[in-house]
Design a protein around this ligand. Structure first.
Ligand code: 5IU
Length: 452
């Protein structure tokens, strides 16, 4: 193994180069990402790097040395210490007070300065830096760079008469990493494509299938809802936001065959009667094999939630298979939900919701930790071990003038990798409820199938 090679492997351990999918400042997607700043945090490596870089040039040709800020500043400093070449510092912006100098340090006109850069890509930033040094009467003839990304920068500078000395180029780096089994052939061919200027194809992120999720499921109701999804080829939950028992039962009869669950707001019924409402609803759920999901959104201390869950006129615990709950009361507040699958509210679909990313992060921790929770409601991706339920789905409109924000089934599957879509007005307000149910069922299923 050559010196260069073992040195590169040492540097690689510091995480200076990563492979995957990275969006560059320009918006272009790159299959690799380089950040050499960690090198300065390891004194032994910085020292070695400095020696390697000095070996690329004859120091007799230079009077000064200067690093391009920021990554190359410590490198130039280390090279100055080793070579006795005096260091000058180029500011990123001129001071707005005092001397307004762009170059700091002691120098005189006519001196030749060795320029140090960490990574050269297009060469544009060097072409901006060099005139700022030359404006002070200092000449620049040579540039040393640690890594040439081979994207035309070296050629551009050489065409303008500068000598560019690079320690590594990306092809050599890939070759060394490949020899040491640190990078796959697939990654190398992606990088080659990228360097040739071709659009790089990244493998589509695969989502887990319902079958895979079923294998991983522990809770009775996460298994149940996944089994129904697979059997019915449906990921549709119909939201029955209707006001009478008759409407609710008629609706359940129509949507029943094509849904995995019926979501209720049982407390909006004007004529609720346990025997007249719940018993026939349960019969329909059995007849058409769907779950009952009561969107109660509990949000209290454990004791109150326990009372609300089992008592009052609704006796939710006696019929609901799934209930929604806020997690604002903390993890223990969810202990009361026995024999039911809890769907935690992580993020809301309404405009101006307070479910910020910080809130969602904390809410997810509770949801993931609590054995009663099978999933979450969110407008963002959530971890694979929870099922994702997404409301705010409509094929026709974008909002309802009351703050609701809608997306299409395709959007929520592709962007959030959701598991279940929740549709209210898109179905219950449709002229033909059965037809609309089928439309949403097919749209949701196709959107899922396109991803697996
Ligand atoms: N719902 C939302 N957004 C949310 C949560 C719940 O829309 O963030 I949490 C409920 C409200 C309603 C249903 O019962 O889902 C959506 O109905 P429409 O498709 O009619 O908007």
């Amino acid at each position: 193994m050559s010196n260069n090679e073992s040195f590169l492997l040492e540097c690689y351990q510091l995480g200076i180069i990563k492979f995957g999918k990275f969006t560059l400042k320009s918006g272009i997607e790159s299959p690799f990402y380089v950040d050499l700043r960690p090198l300065a945090s390891d004194p032994k490596i910085l020292k070695k790097l400095s020696s390697f870089l000095l070996e690329l040039v004859s120091k007799e040709n230079f009077d000064l040395i200067c690093g391009v800020p920021y990554a190359a500043l410590p490198m130039a400093t280390a090279m100055s210490l080793e070579s006795d070449l005096p260091l000058i510092i180029k500011r990123k912006e001129a001071k707005t007070y005092g001397t307004k100098k762009l170059i700091e340090g002691i120098f005189s006109k006519g001196q030749n300065c060795l320029l140090v850069e960490d990574v050269i890509t297009s060469g544009k930033s060097l072409l901006e830096t060099i005139p700022e040094i030359e404006n002070e009467g200092i000449s620049v003839s040579d540039i040393v760079v640690v890594l040439d990304r081979e994207q035309g920068g070296k050629e551009l500078l050489e065409a303008k008469g500068f000598k560019v000395h690079s320690l590594f180029n990306i092809t050599e780096v890939c070759e060394i990493l490949r020899k040491n089994n640190l990078i796959s052939e697939e990654e190398i061919s992606r990088i080659n494509d990228f360097l040739k200027g071709n659009q790089v194809k990244f493998a589509e992120e695969k989502r887990l299938t319902y079958e895979q999720k079923l294998e991983n499921a522990n809770h009775h109701f996460s298994k149940k809802i996944l089994e129904i999804a697979i059997e019915k080829k449906s990921n549709l939950i119909a939201s029955a936001d209707v006001l009478t028992t008759k409407e609710l039962l008629d609706f359940a009869e129509k949507v029943g065959p094509n849904i995995v669950a019926l979501k209720t707001h049982i407390d909006i019924l004007t004529d609720f009667d346990f025997d007249e409402t719940v018993l026939p609803l349960k019969d329909l759920a059995t007849k058409y094999n769907f779950l009952l999901m009561e969107d109660r959104k509990f949000a209290d201390i454990g004791n109150t939630q326990e009372l609300q869950f089992s008592n009052g006129i609704y006796k939710i615990s006696s019929w609901a298979d799934l209930v929604t709950s806020q997690v604002i009361g903390g993890e223990t507040s969810l202990d009361c939900f026995l024999n039911v699958g809890v769907i935690a509210i992580i993020g809301m679909s309404s405009k101006g919701t307070l479910t910020s990313s910080d809130y969602r992060e904390e809410a997810l921790k509770i949801a993931q930790n609590h054995p009663n929770v099978i999933g979450g409601v969110s407008q963002n991706k959530i971890p694979d071990d929870l099922l994702l339920f997404t409301p705010g789905v409509n094929l026709e409109t974008k909002d309802d003038n009351k703050g609701q924000q809608y997306n299409t089934p395709e959007h929520v599957f592709k962007n959030l990798q959701t598991d279940f879509i929740i549709v209210g007005r898109g179905i219950y307000k449709a002229n033909d409820v059965e037809k609309a149910t089928l439309e949403y069922k097919i749209a949701g299923w196709n959107a899922y199938m396109n991803l697996i």
